[in-house]
Design a protein around this ligand. Structure first.
Ligand code: ADP
Ligand code: MG
Length: 740
């Protein structure tokens, strides 16, 4: 992505954000003076096809040309801008090269300066008639005692400070430096931008109601765009400009957040106004109490309050859209089961969708173990036999209150519910928007009494704690419940980043000791999809490592291998062997990442830990420490791992707080990690960065909310421009994100 690549490297890798698509100046780029069809086509091919997009192509650097230097004061190595007059010019032939150097001798009346070109642009000689005045910029050299600049940048037609005051793109100011687009020098881009701002800058529509701008003392859009390209300051703000920290940048950042938050909050309000079946009567409460009574443990306080949140939502005639975030092992599934029981008891059907077969089966097993016949449960996965399947489909269509646990198999066409009222999605970030929407459609039905459309209630579970800024943006359409507290009796996992061979030796000793005591270990490899080119196929490594561990390192123990490319039945076999302790070590790719529950495992060894994000490592680590024994996590890193990466990993040695880790991860890696397949890793922000600009996000959100309350249909005159913007742009940016 071209424009403003400095600010967005951590935000969007996709390049799908059309710069400036949110601003009104949709005039084609060809209408800018100096841009013909050829240049227009080139710019268009690089994502700049309208004036607005051009105006949002921001400088990569700035250079201070506010002060003209005096030739007499120039020093070797200095970068300087000087106002000059031509004395004479000559060609110095270089026979070896078969061409000549152009030397132009100039003065500013304080001293002599030579300008030299080794490659002489066409027509150059003719422009330097003796007496001609111009401004030159470049690095000063001293050659044989004489000052010179090689290949200076020349600005014609400016000679005096009055010319400069009249406005000039290249001298007498802090000038912008743009990322060069093939064949278009930055000087030329600067010129085009200057023309575009002159002609179109004032015409930029102001979408943000002026009272919000005034409240935050923010400048107008037109003013901001001009200042970002051609700052009027005297160079003191260059650093701030580069950091997107000027009021002008804040103005643009605020606007991006404001529009986004407005749409997402509006969507949320709309959802909150649509209808859903209610589950608020006594039967449900009784069922909850009964189910809780059969649990072999006490619910934690956080689990209880999560259940309260959900019951309150379910008792309302509007669809719940709630996300429960809680670390692995915090007991989210128990919350899901209990609340499912509440709905079943009142005659509704419930679907629980998990991203893998292993996980779906485990949920099914656990539900049976915890509640026995007290919950009416079914299982539907790709493995379910045709006859079992037919049976289940029959039960669904009969309207029998059933909690159906399953994989993607749940969203296949033939699966039809009579009365699906409550949808639970485990590890929701592993599903795409479409998949969730499909399941939701299966739960949308006409209310036989009122004849109105009823939507199902939705609960999403996430084991990756989501930083607050992301919760407000990517997940802004969901209500949130946090489960921070882990069930009692779990001792914190000891974590160690392992770099050296000798540390590795020590780690193996400890692992051997644990295995000897009858515990089990995981060895995890990064999932590498498409890096065959790097010569690092994950499969080969896992296979090779399984081999090495079983023959060389731990020959006395049994090693199993699990990876995503195995047949489901083989996977299940390995998993069940591991569960029943026939295998001591499980070498695996990240397929075990989600939810797998083997309390006897006390070792999590992650190989090539440097290739994972912190949150993912944290999640993997959560596979151990599920029983009473002390557990350990080893993060084996490649010996070439850099200092910053190592420091990053050390966060895991220091804390087990998933929210802290998530914040650290967001700061270091950007939001892609958390969003996953949700929308391929990018928020629709061009300039704004949810980490850096967090304060503006909060302000914009408050304002958007205020606006929605005061003028929901944007009919007041001061909001008309915003209304036009939304009707013009539709909800395209938002469509890519929202959950429904
Ligand atoms: P999550 O889905 O949040 O990772 P689970 O719901 O799978 O966690 O719970 C992990 C394990 O802890 C399960 O074996 C579950 O039965 C158990 N568990 C859940 N809640 C409690 C609790 N309050 N006390 C003790 N154990 C619990
Ligand atoms: Mg879980």
């Amino acid at each position: 992505m071209l424009p403003a690549d400095r600010s967005t490297t951590t935000l969007s890798k996709s390049g799908t954000n059309r710069p400036g698509s949110s601003f009104g100046t949709e005039t084609p780029i060809q209408y800018v003076k100096g841009v013909g069809p050829k240049l227009g086509a080139l710019l268009t091919s690089r994502g700049i096809s309208t004036v607005s997009e051009l105006l949002h192509f921001f400088p990569r650097q700035y250079e201070d040309r506010t002060k003209m230097a005096q030739v007499v004061n120039l020093r070797e190595g200095e970068k300087a801008t000087v106002s000059l007059r031509v004395i004479d010019l000559k060609r110095i032939p270089i026979r070896k090269l078969g061409r000549s150097i152009l030397e132009v001798r100039c003065t500013d009346d304080s001293g002599l300066l030579s300008l030299k070109w080794f490659h002489v642009p066409k027509g150059m000689d003719a422009r330097f008639k003796p007496g001609t005045q111009f401004v030159a910029t470049g690095s000063v050299k001293v050659y044989l005692g004489k000052k010179e600049i090689i290949h200076p940048e020349i600005s014609w037609g400016v000679t005096s400070s009055s010319d400069i005051e009249a406005g000039h793109p290249h001298v007498g100011r802090v000038i912008p430096i743009y990322t060069e687009i093939e064949g278009i020098p930055t000087r030329f881009l600067r010129k085009i931008l200057w023309e575009a701002i002159e002609k179109f800058g004032a015409g930029l529509t102001e979408d943000i109601p002026s009272r919000f701008l005034a409240a935050h003392q923010l400048p107008t859009l037109a003013h901001s765009i001009r200042e970002i390209h051609f700052p009027t300051g005297n160079g003191e703000d260059i650093q701030k400009l580069l950091e997107f920290a000027t009021a002008y940048h804040h103005r643009l950042i605020y606007e991006e957040f404001f529009k986004f938050e407005y749409l997402i909050l509006k969507q949320r309000l709309k959802m909150e106004r649509s209808l859903a079946p209610t589950f608020g009567d006594q039967t449900g409460t009784h069922a909850l109490q009964e189910l809780e009574a059969v649990l072999p443990f006490q619910l934690t306080r956080d689990q209880k309050s999560a259940i309260q949140d959900i019951s309150a939502d379910l008792s309302q005639p509007h669809p719940m859209n709630r996300l429960i975030q809680g670390d692995v092992g915090s007991g989210k599934t128990a919350v899901a089961f209990l609340t499912a029981g509440l709905v079943l008891a009142q005659g509704g059907q419930v679907a629980l969708m998990a991203p893998t077969e292993i996980l779906a089966e485990q949920h099914h097993r656990n539900a049976l173990k915890l509640f026995g016949i007290k919950l009416n449960i079914g299982l539907l996965t790709g493995k379910t036999s045709a006859s079992d399947r037919a049976l289940i489909l029959g039960r669904l269509i009969s309207g029998e209150p059933l909690l159906l646990i399953g994989t993607h198999a749940l969203i296949e066409d033939p699966v039809q519910f009579k009365n699906l009222c409550y949808i639970i999605i485990d590890e929701q970030h592993r599903f795409g928007v479409e998949q969730r929407r499909t399941l939701r459609k299966k739960g949308t039905h006409l209310d036989p009494v009122s004849g109105r459309l009823l939507l199902p209630h939705n609960l999403a579970l996430s084991a990756t704690p989501i930083p607050r800024t992301l919760a407000l943006t990517a997940y802004g359409d969901l209500s949130q419940t946090l489960i921070k507290e882990l069930p009692p009796g779990r001792s914190p996992i000891q974590t160690k980043v392992v770099r050296t061979k000798s540390d590795q030796g020590l780690s193996y000793q400890l692992i051997r000791k644990e295995l000897t005591q009858g515990h089990q270990a995981y060895f995890i490899f990064p999932l590498v999809n498409d890096s065959e080119a790097e010569g690092f196929t994950e499969l080969k490594s896992a296979v090779a490592e399984a081999e090495r561990l079983s023959t060389e390192v731990f020959p006395e123990f049994k090693v199993g291998l699990l990876h995503g490319q195995m047949r489901p039945e083989d996977k299940a076999k390995v998993m069940s062997d591991y569960l029943s302790k026939k295998l001591h070590i499980l070498v695996s790719t990240t397929v075990v990442e989600v939810g797998v529950d083997v309390p006897n495992a006390t070792i999590m060894a992650i190989v090539h830990a440097e290739r994972f994000g912190l949150s993912q490592l944290h999640q993997l680590r959560g596979r151990v420490g599920r029983g009473k024994s002390q557990s350990y996590c080893f993060l084996f890193t490649h010996q070439n791992t850099g200092e910053t990466t190592t420091q990053r990993l050390e966060v895991l040695e220091e804390t087990t707080d998933g929210f802290k880790i998530a914040e650290a991860d967001l700061e270091m890696r950007g939001p892609g990690e958390f969003l996953g397949t949700r929308q391929a890793g990018s928020l629709p922000f061009h300039l704004a960065n949810i980490v850096r600009d967090r304060d503006w996000l909060l302000k914009a959100r408050d304002d958007a909310y205020a606006l929605l309350r005061e003028d929901p249909d944007l009919i007041r005159s001061e909001n008309i421009s915003l209304k036009c913007y939304f009707s013009r742009e539709g909800q395209t940016q938002f469509e890519r994100l929202k959950t429904s």
